[in-house]
Unconditional design. Structure first.
Length: 375
């Protein structure tokens, strides 16, 4: 039986998100119906709005959903009705990378996450008049009161984290996972090393907190927002530099032998190339920012080869979803990953105000709350 819901429809940069009545399709065997309690707003959602990613419009976005399972298909094993869950990206489960526990690099990522339909081409959502609506974004489309999720992109919240509100948990499925995973899983940052994080948004702040967990000796935050730089120092950065005030020269003066690691969250090729020049031999620069598809990077070949340096593209922090999200959740419960401090909550109906607040820099991680009680 189809499920009525309300969803925020994105029609492009020149249109506000509009909340409309929709219906969700009947569940397939590997699917779950989740009542959404909260959903984070991520830069990737806005990149789709701005036509920077090949997702068809109009579409229902949202990929940091958290909620309560209401129904499950016959083949679901990840959760049962009544369970509190968080959702992340979807994957096929059968390609070489999925088999190798690297689902962020799923060979079939597009049809399972960005096509606007299920991988088999069928819609998960329709408008009130019966017209199919693009949805299934990251296997969820959680800018809605209800969403269809999949067995591979749902994580049940264990009893030892029962006290953590779902509105707090929502960002763990993308922004927190990406930044922390870049440090702990992708680059495997070593204790006693140095790292510079360019961009102090959700991903950058998560990386800074993770660098402290990893035991970095020097953690440098670079941004152009002075409030965020101050906050980065509270969360674990040892130094904070304004990107408009020759931060590269300041880093070079601080660490003349070079940086062990750099994480770029800005997606700006000029920033990445400057950061590349700061690497010590065998240093790694990880790239997680959404770049303009037309941009290229230019590095000196001899400098690249002779120092054994690495440029690493990173998706989703190399997360395997379940095990890593639970690892991050444990860090949070233990007080070592206080990502709740990044969150500003907004009622679902204020989605456009939440986006504007984020783009002004007033809030680092806006979270939409669909109910009066974010359980």
């Amino acid at each position: 039986m189809s499920t009525p819901a309300k969803a925020a429809i994105c029609r492009g940069h020149d249109h506000p998100f509009a909340i409309s009545d929709v219906t969700l399709a009947d569940l397939q065997p590997d699917e779950l119906l989740v009542r959404i309690v909260a959903c984070g707003i991520c830069h990737t959602d806005l990149a789709v709005r701005d036509a920077q990613l090949p997702v068809p419009l109009p579409v229902v976005l949202g990929h940091e959903g958290a909620g309560i399972v209401e129904a499950v298909g016959s083949a679901v094993t990840a959760a049962q009705p009544g369970d509190r869950v968080v959702m992340s990206f979807n994957s096929c489960g059968a390609c070489p990378n999925c088999d190798g526990d690297a689902p962020t690099y799923c060979y079939n990522f597009f049809p399972h996450n960005w096509s606007g339909r299920r991988a088999d081409g069928s819609p998960t959502m329709r408008l009130a008049d019966g017209e199919a609506m693009n949805a299934n974004f990251f296997g969820q489309s959680a800018f809605a009161t209800h969403a269809i999720a999949h067995d591979r992109n749902v994580v049940r919240i264990p009893e030892w984290a029962a006290q953590v509100p779902l509105a707090t948990l929502a960002p763990i499925g993308c922004g927190v996972m990406t930044g922390a995973g870049a440090v702990l899983r992708s680059m495997k940052v070593r204790p006693g090393s140095s790292i510079a994080v360019f961009g102090a948004g959700t991903v950058g702040m998560a990386a800074i907190m993770a660098a402290r967990i990893a035991g970095c000796e020097t953690i440098i935050a670079i941004d152009i927002n002075p409030q965020r730089l101050s906050f980065a120092l509270e969360l674990g950065a040892t130094h904070a530099f304004d990107g408009r005030d020759d931060a590269v020269a300041k880093i070079r003066a601080l660490l003349p032998l070079g940086l062990g690691y750099v994480l770029d969250t800005t997606g700006r090729n000029s920033v990445i190339q400057d950061a590349w020049g700061l690497l010590a031999p065998r240093g790694i620069v990880g790239i997680v920012g959404a770049s303009d598809p037309a941009d290229d990077l230019v590095f000196n070949e001899a400098h690249f080869m002779s120092g054994g340096r690495t440029v690493m593209g990173i998706l989703g922090g190399d997360s395997d979803i379940g095990p890593f999200l639970l690892e991050l959740l444990r860090y949070h419960v233990d007080g070592r990953l206080p990502f709740d401090r990044l969150i500003g909550a907004f009622p679902f109906e204020e989605i456009n105000e939440a986006i504007a607040a984020n783009e002004r820099g007033d809030v680092i991680k806006p979270v939409l709350v669909m109910t009066d009680q974010a359980l």
